[in-house]
Design a protein around this ligand. Structure first.
Ligand SMILES: [Zn+2]
Length: 185
């Protein structure tokens, strides 16, 4: 199953003794192999299935595999938590107005790192570096409530022309299954 796929990374991948650049070097090497097999799909930038997926950046979520998406099908917009921030609205606005998407899918997930953080994270950074981050941590305690809030932020954005097909889900990182969240509590 995708969530338990063996990791190709060496056991020391989280060690700070690894030489700098090693991971990136391996990615660049992988890209050379990828490009050797690559053929130009001849697509333009408009997503074929006219959908934008907003999801957490979590490493355990393989969005294309989990949703049956192919290259060229969708926009994927990811950040910590899959939170609908101003920058997500910026991307969705471009996605809809310039590149023709019509549907929005929002995906949070079980065991999200943001469930363990609080706004104290920002205060701690401020104390450490002497400058307060302009952004909110957007930590949350209740996954379902946060998905609902994200749906609400998309639906009420004045910049988005298409807000009639906005649906929110929680992805279970242990089963790979989506659970839909009703917009109403
Ligand atoms: Zn997450």
């Amino acid at each position: 199953m995708p969530t338990s796929a063996p990791s190709p990374l060496p056991p020391s991948h989280d060690s700070d003794s690894a030489p700098l650049g090693t991971v990136t070097d391996s990615l660049v090497e992988a890209n050379k192999r990828y490009a050797a097999e690559f053929t130009d799909p001849g697509m333009d930038a408009h997503p074929v299935r006219r959908v934008a997926v907003v999801a957490c950046m979590d490493a355990r979520i393989d969005l294309h595999a989990a949703l049956g998406l192919e290259l060229g099908d969708c926009h994927t917009i990811r950040n910590a938590g899959g939170v609908v921030t101003d920058d997500i609205i910026r991307s969705l606005t471009i996605s809809q107005r310039a590149l023709g998407t019509r549907s929005v899918v929002l995906i949070h997930h079980t065991n999200c790192g943001l469930l363990t953080l609080t706004e104290d994270f920002r205060h701690e950074i401020e104390e450490e570096v002497g400058q307060r981050p302009a952004w909110a941590v957007e930590a949350f305690r209740d996954l379902d409530a946060d998905v609902r809030q994200s749906m609400q932020r998309v639906r009420t954005s004045p910049f988005l022309p298409h807000t009639d097909d906005v649906r929110g889900f929680v992805f279970d990182v242990a089963t790979g299954l989506l659970r839909e969240i009703s917009p109403r509590n």
